[in-house]
Ligand binder design. Structure first.
Ligand SMILES: Cc1cc2nc3c(=O)[nH]c(=O)nc-3n(C[C@H](O)[C@H](O)[C@H](O)COP(=O)(O)OP(=O)(O)OC[C@H]3O[C@@H](n4cnc5c(N)ncnc54)[C@H](O)[C@@H]3O)c2cc1C
Length: 220
């Protein structure tokens, strides 16, 4: 579940897609903050936070839903190739010759790398990623948990459990109508871990996020 606000909200407004994003917005009821024992420290209504902090310019939705909206907007006007990547390119005065992994090629005016933090385009253009990435000391990860018991306990609430200085884990509801989530009662769990002290924990949770079972723990 993505928190969508600030410059990204402004960009969506300029693209004219706010009504589409409103349609996939999934408002939660409350934000509850827990201490390391799972005891509530304080809670806030989401509607109040949305109004006072974000001036109502905030959405929650699944990343896949955003991709679907964007794809529907551009698929008639642009060519989208799935499962294909840039293998190499050569820049000329008149543009860029691009060779793709399906052995096809194309000539473009401008090549823009939108392939994330480990960008292949950046590597091809400027060299190894190690020269451009700076590790800030944190691991972040997110994954879906299908758990009826957790669902019935947490309802439509965002819980954030924080262990000071070390780690924080949040869990929140995912929309049952979502194209990316078909089974009702699924939860989206998101964790941020201080990697210097918790590399092992981060690795374990990542593995669980890839499909192994994660024991659920009752929230108080
Ligand atoms: C756990 C977690 C939670 C987050 N929560 C939020 C949040 O709530 N709100 C928020 O604003 N931000 C959040 N972020 C940050 C946000 O996800 C990133 O800032 C954002 O996704 C960066 O967008 P991007 O388009 O640059 O890269 P990405 O979103 O990473 O997109 C890159 C795309 O390129 C594709 N790709 C990669 N390599 C290649 C290749 N060689 N060839 C072709 N395609 C390739 C990938 O498959 C991917 O689809 C979160 C990040 C994490 C890790």
């Amino acid at each position: 579940m993505v928190d969508f606000f600030g410059p990204e909200y402004d960009a969506a407004e300029r693209l004219g897609i706010l009504p589409d994003l409103e349609a996939i917005h999934y408002p939660i009821s409350r934000l509850r903050f827990l201490d390391s024992q799972g005891k509530e420290k304080f809670s806030l209504p989401y509607s109040g936070v949305r109004k006072q902090i974000f001036d109502d310019r905030h959405f929650n939705f699944m990343r896949g839903e955003l991709e679907r909206v964007l794809y529907q907007k551009i698929s008639k006007a642009s060519v989208v190739r799935f499962g294909t990547t840039v293998e190499s390119f050569q820049q000329h005065v008149g543009g860029v010759e691009v060779k793709l992994s399906d052995q096809s090629g194309c000539h473009v005016d401008l090549l823009v790398g939108g392939d994330g933090i480990h960008s292949r385009i950046r590597e091809l253009a400027f060299g190894p990623a190690a020269e451009y990435l700076r590790f800030l000391g944190y691991h972040a990860l997110a994954f879906l948990v299908s758990d009826q018991e957790l669902s019935s306990q947490t309802e439509n609430t965002l819980y954030t459990l924080t262990i000071p200085e070390n780690k924080s884990v949040s869990t929140r509801a995912c929309p049952a109508h979502s194209h990316t989530v078909s089974a009702p009662g699924r939860r989206c769990r998101l964790g941020f871990l201080n990697s210097r002290r918790h590399r092992g924990i981060a690795a374990d949770i990542s593995r669980d996020g890839l499909g192994n079972s994660t024991p659920s723990r009752k929230m108080q």
